[in-house]
Ligand binder design. Structure first.
Ligand code: 4AD
Ligand code: MG
Length: 447
């Protein structure tokens, strides 16, 4: 019996007899030859069946084999630069085939153009297609890189709760649910508050899990359920935070370039734009960012863009502002010092300028916009209490959080990186719905 290989490792098996187990992705028939593009979950490879090498019955079955039929293929690996596939450059000369199931009827996602709603209704099948497969493999690599970097830098993984008694990121995007005799609780918007407790026990920590926002916005950048990694550090100010973020993001991008070269190529991603992602990243203040957006607005001849870029000091940036801003830079750009009013309750005020806070967002280039939100946190107990009241947050639910400022308070900072936004940027795709296997948006929970 020849060894069962993974298509991603095919380069190691040139001129050897092998077996692959997979599904027929595409088929073409030319006289005495059948070309099958077969996917095995690890890649896509061209398999060439010659009439004279096979039993007539088997060859005949291959001539008609429907898309997505499951097969076990035996054959010999050949290097051939022209061979399509992922990674491509190799093909299998077929010596035997076992058909596990020949698909009866038409596969819903034939290899032609489909509308996005149709594809999303068939997401359970759509993930088999080359582009979606590549994006989801890159997503897994991004997650692996996140964990590897943080684990290697002394951050301890802490699992923070999903059912929470209080809001972290504003009360307008909470998903509530009744919780026995305890009243209403909410699906977590962020594990940050718990991580602020965790740093006093473990110094540097991160949580990494699903996060929920009842976002009423139907934009391509918002999901109602998304994955966020949130590192939090004791004895860390805003400048140190930015240094950590730029190292972290650069590592993730470089890992994907190394580990997912074939996937990026299959997506047609311009990797030159990613290769230059290395520290330091440019840093501009919110005030400077407002000026730059104003200048772009002045210069544009497009009345629609002019209207979209309307902003006054004090507003948070929306997608159009971020998109235009990031076009000015080749690397991700830090925008720090946002207006206190526009941000969450827990952010440390700017010294001598209380209308501004020590927050920083990281905006990805090529128009992608915010991938990270973070800040230095308020460390003074009295100020924190004042802020809770200003934001009309229930003091009782935050008693434990206030304790953290009473027992060994220190300057501390942290951030949250959205996995889907990061994957969208790295893959160069427009919409977050393709960056997670089963996207949840305001009008979709199926499949
Ligand atoms: O800026 P946000 O809201 O920050 C926080 O939640 C902080 N508590 C994080 C922290 O400091 N520990 O969210 C952080 C990131 C955003 O930059 C974005 O990448 C992602 O989470 N994000 C979303 N991604 C998809 N859909 C949504 N609705 C998102 N909301 C935020
Ligand atoms: Mg944010």
């Amino acid at each position: 019996m020849s060894p069962i290989i993974r298509v991603e490792d095919i380069a190691e098996y040139v001129d050897q007899d092998i077996t692959i187990q997979g599904w027929v992705y595409n088929r073409t028939h030319k006289g005495k030859l059948v070309f099958l593009l077969v996917r095995d979950g690890y890649g896509f490879v061209q398999c060439v069946a010659f009439e004279k090498d096979l039993d007539p019955e088997i060859f005949d079955a291959l001539v008609h084999i429907p898309q997505e039929s499951s097969v076990i293929i035996h054959g010999k690996v050949r290097a051939d630069k022209r061979a399509p596939g992922i990674p491509g450059g190799y093909e299998i000369g077929v010596t035997g085939v076992e058909v596990m199931q020949a698909v009866a009827g038409d596969y819903p996602i034939a290899l032609k153009e489909h509308g996005v709603d149709f594809l999303l209704d068939h997401r359970h099948l759509w993930i088999r297609s080359q582009s979606q497969w590549a994006v989801l493999r890159i997503r897994a690599t991004v997650i692996r890189a996140i964990r590897d970097w943080l684990d290697g830098q002394g951050f301890l993984l802490m699992d923070t709760p999903i059912l929470t008694p209080a809001a972290c990121e504003g009360t307008t995007t909470l998903f509530g649910t009744e919780y026995f005799d305890e009243g209403e609780v909410y699906l977590t918007q962020s594990g940050q508050l718990y991580n602020e407790a965790n740093i006093f026990a473990f110094n540097k920590v991160y949580c990494f899990g699903p996060t929920f926002r009842a976002e009423k916005s139907k934009t391509r950048r918002h999901l109602t359920e998304f994955w966020m990694v949130e590192p939090e550090m004791a004895f860390c100010d805003l400048d140190q935070l930015m240094e950590i973020e730029e190292q972290f993001v650069s590592y993730i991008v470089q890992r994907v370039l190394t580990d997912c070269a074939a996937e990026l190529k299959s997506l047609g991603r311009d990797t030159a734009a990613l290769e230059q992602i290395a520290p330091p990243f440019p840093r501009i203040s919110y005030d400077e960012a407002i000026e730059k957006v104003g200048a772009i607005r002045e210069q544009t001849a497009d009345p629609e863009l002019k209207a979209l870029l309307q902003i006054t000091w004090g507003d948070d940036f929306g997608s159009p502002h971020e998109t235009e801003l990031t076009k000015l830079f080749d690397k991700p750009v830090f925008v720090y010092g946002y207006p206190t009013e526009a941000k969450a309750f827990y952010m440390e005020p700017w010294p001598g300028r209380p209308e501004v806070c020590k927050s920083v967002d990281l905006l990805a280039p090529e128009g992608y916009g915010e991938i990270i939100g973070g800040s230095e946190r308020i460390s003074d107990p009295d100020l924190l209490l004042e802020r809770l009241h200003q934001h009309e947050l229930p003091e009782a639910a935050f008693r434990w959080y206030l304790d953290l400022r009473r027992y060994g308070s220190v300057p501390h900072s942290g951030f949250g990186l959205g996995v889907e936004r990061t994957v969208a940027w790295i893959c160069g795709i427009d919409h977050l719905r393709e960056t997670i296997a089963y996207p949840r948006v305001i009008n979709r929970v199926y499949p």
